[in-house]
Design a protein. Structure first.
Length: 119
């Protein structure tokens, strides 16, 4: 800055200190950006990639253990499911047979709980 504008020595000294501080701040910001782009960001990205790999590996191990547990179930448990499905089917067939007599639907007689053939 042009110091001839200010006749006060203290003002001129303060202006020179501010000019030096701004210059140092620019240098520090440049160093910070350089260090961040060359070291901090790549290290952070590596850390995130390592963490993601660990999570994927842990998820794969968990899935594999669950599949092994499922495979180790006794066969009679699956037979129980098949038997239960068969029983539900028989029950549904029985209900259908009770509500349809000789191909005709049954109609309740005015709330008495008794049924008669429709039609």
């Amino acid at each position: 800055m042009n110091t001839s504008l200010f006749n006060d020595n203290r003002t001129t000294g303060l202006m020179n200190r501010v000019k030096e501080d701004v210059s140092l701040l620019r240098d520090d910001i440049g160093n910070l950006l350089t260090h961040t782009s060359r070291h901090t960001l790549p290290n952070g990205a590596r850390g995130l990639a390592d963490q993601a790999k660990q999570q994927i590996t842990a998820g794969g191990a968990y899935a594999a253990s669950r599949l092994r547990d499922f495979r180790d179930l006794p066969p009679r448990q699956s037979a129980g499911w098949i038997g239960g499905a068969f029983f539900v089917g028989l029950l549904a067939a029985g209900v259908y047979a009770l509500t349809h007599h000789n191909g005709h639907q049954l109609q309740e007689i005015s709330g008495s709980g008794k049924f008669k053939p429709k039609g």
